[in-house]
Ligand binder design. Structure first.
Ligand code: IPE
Ligand code: IPE
Ligand code: MG
Length: 245
């Protein structure tokens, strides 16, 4: 069956848990790191297609707070890969009007990675076609913990009154303060879990799980996910009849 994507029913914010790089490599008898390098090619292809389709927000889970518990060598290679990719893709981001946005505890990253992120974010900050958010050293519970601490501080300083603390104030204290809620969340590799990603922001997201490992997740797989998304009914608590009037 041909899957025609309806350009008028695209998610505004697509988020992806890019999982399965290691297993992809192991299945082929390769080192895990080769899974990560091939995963970068998937990132490039997906960003390009998201841009072509006109989806304005793409958020990629690249490194979680818990990923710090991996072997030092794997962490080191991932960090190097990150710097290399940011350098090699920088011109493309500029040319294609893509803004780079990093979320997570960026201060926990090696200084060299921080410098590269700051440089690319600063140079692309006025770009408007696509906001490409990379979650690095990211944990949703840590994000909420930070937000709560900052709100409490503001209440204590009388910058804000407790009565004013509502969902929109909470939103404004998250790393994702400038992003809309997630419409579609994709996780590759067959795992059906969230792994501490965007807990607040996915309240009404449609979830899509595929067995495909991230390095094999390319344009066709993205189209499958979008087609699936477009054939769902998002009711936000209402009845089907209310949605279809
Ligand atoms: C996702 O692939 C990339 C990161 C978490 C950095 P994995 O490295 O988790 O691959 P698997 O899940 O072990 O196959
Ligand atoms: C989630 O993948 C984090 C990223 C994709 C960056 P993990 O491979 O770390 O998650 P678990 O350990 O399977 O839950
Ligand atoms: Mg994994």
């Amino acid at each position: 069956m041909k899957k025609n994507i309806d350009k008028y029913k695209l998610p505004k914010h697509l988020a992806i848990i890019m999982d399965g790089n290691g297993r992809w490599a192991e299945k082929k008898g390769l080192k895990r790191i080769l899974g990560h390098t091939n995963g970068v090619d998937s990132v490039k292809e997906i960003v390009e297609e998201v841009l072509n389709l006109g989806i304005p927000y793409l958020t990629l889970y690249a490194f979680s707070t818990d990923n710090w518990n991996r072997p030092k060598k794997e962490i080191g290679t991932l960090m190097n890969l990150l710097i290399k990719s940011l350098r090699s893709e920088f011109e493309k981001l500029l040319e294609n009007n893509i803004r780079l946005n990093a979320i997570g505890d960026i201060s926990a990253l090696p200084k060299s990675v921080q410098n590269e992120i700051n440089h690319v974010s600063e140079k692309t900050k006025n770009n408007t076609k696509l906001v490409l958010t990379i979650a690095l050293s990211y944990g949703a519970r840590e994000e909420l913990e930070n937000a709560i601490k900052n709100i409490l501080r503001e209440v204590k300083n009388n910058t804000i009154s407790m009565e004013k603390v509502d969902q929109s104030i909470i939103n404004k204290h998250l790393y994702t303060r400038n992003l809309p809620d997630v419409d579609l969340l994709i996780r590759t590799s067959g795992e059906k879990r969230i792994s501490n990603f965007l807990l607040w922001q996915i309240a009404y997201a449609e979830l899509y799980f595929t067995k495909v490992y991230w390095p094999d997740f390319r344009k066709k797989e993205l189209h499958n996910a979008l087609f699936n998304y477009q054939n769902r009914e998002r009711r936000f608590g209402k009845t089907s009849k209310q949605i279809n009037i």
